[in-house]
Design a protein around this ligand. Structure first.
Ligand code: ADP
Length: 405
C-alpha cells in the first residue's frame, strides 16, 4: 500500500511516499519511493528538494505561497516527469505528523470532525505547531478526499507516563485549570528506535528497559520500560530537559525572572531568549550547530568544547536518572542528527558509566558512525546502540496499522 506522509510546519512541508503493509512492517521491508521538502513556504523563493532513491537529487526554487501550494507541488513532483507514480489514485492513505494530542490521544488516530475539534483545542498547548498540522490535513483532504487520513502525535507515546513522572511541584489546581503537566515530545522517534533496537537484538520489547537519546536541534531522552514511555526529558513544552541547539533545557526557574528584571525585557522576549539564544549557541557564542562546534573544538576553541561537554554531561545525568527510574537499563540508544553523526557526543555522554555495566567501544563507535548497530564492547552488560531514526516510516506504519484494523 502506498502511503503519503506529510509533515507540515509553519514554513515548511516535508513529505515521503512509502510502500508498506502489515507484512513489510514485520520484516522491516517497507520501501521509501520518494521524499522531499519544501522550505520557505509563504515566500516567492521557496526551496524545493526532491529525492528518489538511486536518482540524482532534484533542487529548485519556486514561489510557494501557502500550504495548499506546497501540497500541490508535492503531488506534481510525485506524478510528473520526476515522479514515481502514474496517478494520485495510487495513494491509498495519508499520514500526518501532528505535534500535540494533549491528554486526549495516547495513540495515532484516523482524522474525522471530532478529532479535528480536539486537535484544535490542543493548539493552546502548541500554538506554533498544531495550527499548521491542521492546515496540512485540511488542504490534503481536499486533494485526497476519498482516502483515510491518520494523525500521528509527537506526544501520544508519552501518555503512558504516570502522574508521579508527569506532574510538577506546582499547585494541583494549575494542572486542573490549565493542564500544566509534562507531555514530552519526539514520541514517534523514541518509539521507532526502541522498536527497531528490539528487532535488531532479536528480543521482545516487553523484556527490555531502554533509554533513547534523540539528539538534534531539539533533543530529548526517554525511559522506555517494556515498550512504554515511563519518563521523558521534555515537559510542558520542548524547552525542558537537555541543553539543545538554542534552547536552555533545565534551569533554575527563578533565572528568567531575574533576567527579566535586570535586562528590562518582556515575558515574550524572555520566551524567545530561552528558545532561540541559549543552549549550545549561548554557551559557545559561536554556533547552535554541533558540526560547527566539533570543527571549532578540533581547532582548539575551548568555549566550543565547553558547550559540547555541558551537552554531554546533561545527557549522562539523564541516563543515570532514568536507569534509577526503571531499576536498571538494558539498552542505551543514540539517534537524531547529532546522535547519528557525532561519535564525540556518543563517547562523552557514555564515558564513566562502567559502574552500571555500560562500556562504549571507542573504535566501534567511530567505525559505525552514521550506521546502525551496537557500539558497546562485547562484555558490556548494557548494549549501547546507534539507530538512525525514521519518524516518517513510523507514521506510514501507524497509518497502515490503523486502517487495516
Ligand atoms: P532537527 O531537530 O531539526 O530535526 P536534526 O535531527 O536534523 O535536527 O539534527 C541537526 C543537528 O545534527 C545539528 O546540530 C547538526 O549540526 C547535527 N549534525 C549533522 N551532521 C553532523 C555531523 N556530521 N557531526 C556532528 N553533528 C552533526
Amino acid at each position: 500500500m502506498k502511503v503519503l506522509v506529510l509533515n507540515c510546519g509553519s514554513s515548511s512541508v516535508k513529505f515521503q511516499l512509502i510502500e508498506t503493509d502489515l507484512e513489510a512492517i514485520k520484516t522491516n521491508s517497507d520501501i521509501c519511493l520518494a521524499k522531499g521538502r519544501i522550505e520557505r513556504v509563504g515566500k516567492e523563493d521557496a526551496k524545493i528538494v526532491y529525492e528518489v532513491p538511486e536518482r540524482e537529487k532534484y533542487k529548485t526554487v519556486l514561489p510557494i505561497l501557502n500550504h495548499a501550494a506546497a501540497i500541490k507541488e508535492t503531488t506534481e513532483l510525485l506524478t510528473g516527469e520526476l515522479g514515481v507514480i502514474g496517478d494520485l489514485k495510487e495513494i491509498e492513505a495519508v499520514g500526518h505528523r501532528t505535534v500535540h494530542g494533549g491528554e486526549d490521544f495516547s495513540d495515532s488516530t484516523v482524522w474525522n470532525d471530532a478529532v479535528l475539534k480536539t486537535v484544535e483545542e490542543c493548539s493552546k498547548l502548541a500554538p506554533l505547531h498544531n495550527p499548521h498540522n491542521i492546515t496540512g490535513y485540511l488542504e490534503a483532504k481536499k486533494v485526497f478526499p476519498d482516502v483515510p487520513h491518520v494523525a500521528v502525535f509527537d506526544t501520544a507515546f508519552h501518555q503512558t507516563m504516570k502522574p508521579v513522572a508527569y506532574l510538577y511541584g506546582l499547585p494541583y489546581e494549575y494542572y486542573r485549570k490549565y493542564k500544566i503537566r509534562r507531555y514530552g515530545f519526539h514520541g514517534t522517534s523514541h518509539r521507532y528506535v526502541s522498536y527497531r533496537a528490539a528487532q535488531l537484538l532479536g528480543k521482545d520489547l516487553s523484556d527490555l528497559k531502554i533509554i533513547t537519546n534523540h539528539l538534534g536541534n531539539g533533543s530529548s531522552v526517554a525511559a522506555i520500560d517494556k515498550g512504554q514511555s515511563v519518563d521523558t526529558s521534555m515537559g510542558y513544552t520542548p524547552l525542558e530537559g537537555l541543553v539543545m541547539g538554542t534552547r536552555c533545557g533545565d534551569i533554575d526557574p527563578s533565572i528568567p525572572l531575574s533576567i527579566i528584571k535586570s535586562e528590562g525585557i518582556s515575558a515574550e522576549e524572555m520566551d524567545t531568549f530561552l528558545n532561540k539564544k541559549c543552549g549550545l549557541l549561548g554557551i559557545s557564542e559561536l554556533s547552535n550547530d554541533m558540526l560547527d562546534l566539533e570543527n571549532a573544538y578540533y581547532e582548539g576553541n575551548e568555549q566550543a568544547e565547553l558547550a559540547m561537554r555541558i551537552f554531554c554531561y546533561r545527557i549522562k545525568k539523564y541516563i543515570g536518572a532514568y536507569s534509577a527510574a526503571m531499576n536498571g537499563v538494558d539498552v542505551i540508544i543514540f539517534t537524531g542528527g547529532i546522535g547519528e553523526n557525532s561519535n564525540e557526543v556518543r563517547e562523552w555522554s557514555t564515558e564513566g558509566l562502567d559502574f552500571m555495566g555500560a562500556l562504549i567501544d571507542i573504535e566501534k563507535n567511530k567505525e559505525l558512525n552514521r550506521g546502525e548497530g551496537i557500539i558497546s564492547k562485547p562484555e558490556s552488560k548494557v548494549k549501547i546502540m546507534l539507530i538512525p531514526t525514521n519518524e516518517e516510516l513510523l507514521i506510514a506504519r501507524d497509518t497502515v496499522r490503523l486502517i487495516s484494523a
